[in-house]
Design a protein. Sequence first.
Length: 349
Amino acid sequence: MKYFAIVLIAACLAACDYLPKNATLNLSPEQISQLQTQLQPSEQVVVDALSTHQFVALGDAHYYPGFMPAISDIITSPKIVSQQPIIVLEFGNQNYQDYINQYIKGDTVDESQLKQVLRETLYFTAWLGDGYMELLQSIRAINQTLPDDKKLKVLLAEKHFNWENATAESWQRAASSKVDGFYDTLTPIIQSNQKAILVFCGFHLLKAAHPETVNQQNLSLVSRIEMAKPNSVFTVWPVIQNVLYDVLPNSGTAKIIKLDDNSVLADVPFRDIMPKARPMLSKINSKDATLQSLADALLYVGHTKRDMTFSKDVMSDEKWITEMKKRVAIIGGKLETRFNSLLTDNHIK
């Protein structure tokens, strides 16, 4: 009985280490001043990274509206466009790849179908903001100024899925193998050495400290790529932590902070600035990992705040709202609970 009590206490202490705590960042005034000088123009950092890495992965944060415009500006900037990287997007199902090929080239297409590229994904509730469609529109616009052999190409990363005949079981199978699908999509690019920019939610980009010790199903997409091809991905984590806002100027221009050995933030434990990430870090055997070990840089777009408001396009589309309700009822669980909360927040019955 005594042994059991000791084990139980130990287990509770271990669990407590991963309960949400207050974020902390203890920097001296000198370090804060130094950090502010380490903000660099985002375009140039990405250009430099593409010269030394096959992939640059730009992290998005769902419902933080500042990131997609910043990522769009990077991707469509002249220095990036001239390098012709393939743009690989998390937010698009491959059922629409042929359509996207035509749309991005500037061909005449039914532009009302563009929203279906986002809506027919597994996690369609993640792409309800305007920024995702606007990124695709920006790439189409820049391509219309370029000759055919210089146009950017877009690859949709999510494997084929059809909502028309979806069941809870078919959705769960697809969701549980989602990262496998991403990796399969990228495999030909990895093998070809073609340069690419990946646009994915930040947690798909975190590099496990010791990926060989982690269950493959828990590995991020970037960790999977790095295991196959070490040092091939330059990752840029989106800054959404208030403790970083407290020490960085609220500029309207996106900047990148490289987490090299000179960075003030390099040795800061990730769990300290984002306590809610502790369970995820535990899954990848990286509970004590520093910012530098998990990412190569930080994307800072100013003091952007989470905005759970639906876009006007969504609010005015009663048919789509009804369809979303139907789908989340199929999925159930936390996603259904969160979505129903979103409906309430947006005053939708």
